[in-house]
Design a protein around this ligand. Structure first.
Ligand SMILES: Nc1ncnc2c1ncn2[C@@H]1O[C@H](COP(=O)(O)OP(=O)(O)OP(=O)(O)O)[C@@H](O)[C@H]1O
Length: 340
């Protein structure tokens, strides 16, 4: 069932549409992650859903009910922001109990529920600790416990792991995903970090200049970016203009085979690094750099024609910087995009 529905939502500041006619649905128990560069309108979209930002046009529906005129505290949504906004003068238990009081309206201490929530986020027994004594990751968990406390029907996260270091982020994101799926929480999250979005979300929504550039499962978006913008945002650099016909594309790198059924004509072409394959003969290249990535080696190549190419190879087969190599292209890793 659809929990959240945005219909033609726009937010204008003066002449500028920061959110531009956005349609979006989030089903119950779904985790949707809005992804996009800085300034693309992600936070504004969250603020609209929370009721913190009025719309210039369009409707926000929660559980089928139009939220026009419904104040923040009556929407039943939970919010967790990047800077966690914990109360520094309250201990951990006090912060989590605040979340519970938001729901209950009472002044109780909610000891049992606080203990249960802290258990849930992996901080059992931390009730009495001072907020200032917690690490960044621990503060994040407390903020999450507080946001989950009133059992919001929709939990919204704005750059939830933004300030944490990469290792901690990667661990927490996996934990969060497990936790949300156990609790059946519906989540709308915003991040500019594609790794985080792909690890957390069941569906990602890529935004550009206030509009949705692409929406789909992480796999769909990764395998079939809808445009050069999305491809580059995902970190793919091998994108060139191409003329496609008869199963091949003519590019600055020469002729590149494309998947069967690809659109023809003047296009852009993406070759994922895994599709640039070292071979005995092919496009001649010089190796500019090689970077060990754990499961493979990333190569930056200077071809004899065309812009630099990113490639991937196994550690055992990796050439050295300065080596001359030849590459061919694997059509399974090639995507024909609309023209730039
Ligand atoms: N109250 C406001 N008045 C005028 N402009 C605003 C206001 N709030 C946001 N903006 C502008 O709207 C644009 C989108 O902002 P928003 O914070 O939604 O983007 P974002 O995608 O979340 O970016 P970031 O990742 O940097 O947080 C920005 O250019 C911002 O400067």
């Amino acid at each position: 069932m659809t929990l959240l529905r945005l219909e033609g939502v726009s937010v204008r500041f003066g002449e500028r549409a920061v959110v531009d006619e956005v349609d979006l649905e989030v089903a119950e128990h779904e985790i949707v992650c809005v992804l996009g560069p800085s300034g693309s309108g992600k936070s504004t979209l969250l603020r609209v859903v929370a009721g913190l930002q009025p719309v210039s046009a369009g409707r926000v529906l929660l559980g089928g009910a139009d939220q026009a005129g419904v104040p923040v505290h009556r929407r039943g949504v939970g919010l967790m922001f990047q800077d966690h906004q914990l109360f520094p003068h309250r201990d951990v238990g006090g912060n989590v109990a605040f979340g519970l009081r938001m729901r209950g309206g009472g002044r109780g201490s909610y000891g049992a529920q606080v203990a249960e929530l802290l258990e849930l986020v992996g901080l059992p027994g931390a009730q009495g600790r001072a907020v200032a004594s917690l690490s960044g990751g621990e503060q994040q968990r407390v903020a999450l416990a507080r946001a989950l406390a009133p059992s919001p029907r929709l939990l919204m996260l704005d750059e939830p792991l933004g300030q944490l270091d990469r290792g901690l982020r990667e661990r927490l994101v996996v934990e969060l995903r497990g936790l949300f799926s156990r609790l059946g929480t519906t989540v709308l999250a915003v991040t500019h970090d594609q790794g985080e979005a792909f690890a957390l979300a069941g569906r990602v929504v890529v935004m550009r200049d206030g509009r949705i550039a692409q929406a789909g499962t992480p796999l769909e978006v990764w395998q079939r970016p809808a445009s050069e913008f999305v491809a580059r945002f995902l970190g793919f650099e091998n994108v060139v203009p191409a003329t496609v016909s008869g199963g091949a594309a003519v590019t600055a790198w020469g002729k590149v085979p494309v998947p069967a059924g690809s659109p023809e004509g003047e296009r852009s072409l993406l070759i994922r690094p895994a599709g640039v394959v070292l071979a005995a003969a092919g496009l001649g290249c010089e190796v500019l750099s090689r970077t060990f990535r754990g499961t493979h080696v990333a190569l930056l190549l200077r071809p004899e024609a065309g812009p630099p190419l990113e490639a991937e190879c196994t550690l055992a087969g990796a050439p050295a910087v300065g080596d001359r190599v030849a590459v061919t292209f694997a059509p399974s890793e090639v995507v024909v995009l609309p023209p730039a």
